[in-house]
Design a protein around this ligand. Structure first.
Ligand code: FNR
Length: 378
């Protein structure tokens, strides 16, 4: 008879093994795109090293029999302080892409934040989210064509997304050495462009349908994808375009956080895009306490870049984040086993978070603060 102890998980449980297995399973281009970052990838390393500064100080005999992972973010009650980070072009790792992520996110009871450069169009993902009774947020890449930007925002709102996450750290795509060596940029193969190729404002720019001349449509996308000329005044315009709560993603400096909140954002995501944009950037975790100190009272502060395990999330939450975004780990799960893979990675992450919380002597995420941590002076 097979006992429970004999049933090994389908997916590697350790993040390092999970990453290795996914990289092995993917072709070199896709593997480099997901696992890689900007330049010499110093920022990616720094994101992880920043966690070494903090240690959890477990407390004893505090009745942790019932634990509460729930938090309130943007006025929404979340069952756990976790959102699946926006990750574009998921078709390069699995054909079910964002539809699989939406399905798994609903089972995990965490929101999916859908990228603008998704492989399925936002209305189709919204339909899946509805079918599985999930929650969706939409991440916006702010196009240099205002009509395209407005149209994407209106579509996201009409489709039922509950928050708009505007990514500010990607007005240009960065210098990514692995991708250059592999001559790999999925957009140039037409991947991740479903929202553009279905957008009336984008289609207005084309002489013929993308189906007839895909190359011309891709060229047009490259032209209007980002807008490096944007300034803070433009954020006033964007927050006026929608009734959804606007969260700005890619904030590192506390002054930027304050400016965003002054101009109508409801929250910020402290993030350096997982080290994919600026090489030798400051690790996101290092800036988190300062951003929380500046805007934490009036706005929601989310965090990503380097979260791999429950203990990482505890550190970020204890430093004042209201919730965290999980990035690469779930993408590796998707690569290895579609929706089941995302589900497995998410379940492991949430179980680890719950156990670590309780064993630290803490009963709730809302109750976490700096007193849970010890700072190492290296
Ligand atoms: C991303 N990220 C991202 N962010 C965003 O706002 N829109 C996007 O389309 C993408 N696309 C994307 C693709 C890939 C392959 C990765 C790995 C990441 C950034 C993402 O939301 C998040 O900030 C990082 O993944 C956090 O870093 P870690 O924890 O995954 O290292």
């Amino acid at each position: 008879m097979q006992g429970m102890a004999d049933v090994t998980p389908d997916l590697p449980v350790r993040f390092e093994a999970l990453e290795r297995a996914a990289i092995e399973a993917l072709d070199d281009g896709a593997a480099g795109y997901v696992a890689g970052g900007a330049g010499g990838e110093e920022t990616m390393d720094a994101n992880r090293e920043a966690f070494d500064r903090w240690r959890i100080v477990p407390r004893m005999l505090r009745d942790v029999a019932d634990r509460d992972l729930s938090v309130e973010v943007l006025g929404q009650e979340l069952a756990a302080p976790v959102i699946l980070a926006p990750v574009g072009v998921l078709s390069i790792v699995h054909e079910d892409a964002e539809l699989a992520v939406a399905e798994a996110a609903a089972d995990l009871d965490v929101p999916i934040c859908l990228s603008t450069v998704s492989s399925y169009q936002l209305e189709d993902v919204a339909e899946t989210i509805d079918d599985v009774a999930g929650t969706g947020w939409f991440q916006l890449y702010w196009s240099s064509d205002r009509d395209v930007t407005t149209s994407l925002v209106e579509r996201a709102e009409a489709a039922g997304y509950e928050a708009l996450v505007v990514t500010l750290d990607t007005p240009l795509l960065s210098w990514r050495e692995r991708d250059i060596e592999e001559a790999y940029l999925p957009f140039l193969d037409g991947e991740g462009l479903a929202n553009y190729f279905s957008d009336p404002a984008f289609l207005d720019r084309l002489d013929v349908d993308p189906g007839e001349n895909e190359l011309a449509a891709i060229r047009e996308f490259v032209d209007i994808f980002g807008d490096p000329s944007l300034t803070w005044e433009d954020l006033d315009w964007l927050t006026d375009q929608t009734d959804l709560p606007v969260v700005v993603k890619g904030i590192l400096h506390p002054d930027d956080a304050a400016e965003a909140i002054d101009r109508g954002a409801a929250g910020v995501v402290v993030s350096n895009h997982g080290g994919r944009q600026v090489d030798r950037a400051v690790p996101a975790l290092e800036m988190l306490p300062e951003v929380v100190g500046r805007v934490g009272e009036e706005a929601d502060v989310l965090f990503d870049s380097g979260i791999r395990r429950g203990s990482d999330a505890i550190v970020a939450l204890a430093l004042g984040a209201d919730a965290i975004m999980l990035g690469r780990p779930y993408v590796y799960g998707l690569a290895l086993d579609g929706a089941d893979g995302v589900r497995a990675v998410g379940q492991n992450f949430l179980a680890d978070l719950d156990l670590t919380l309780g064993l630290a002597g803490q009963r709730s995420i809302e109750g976490l603060d700096r007193s849970v941590l010890s700072e190492r002076h290296c």
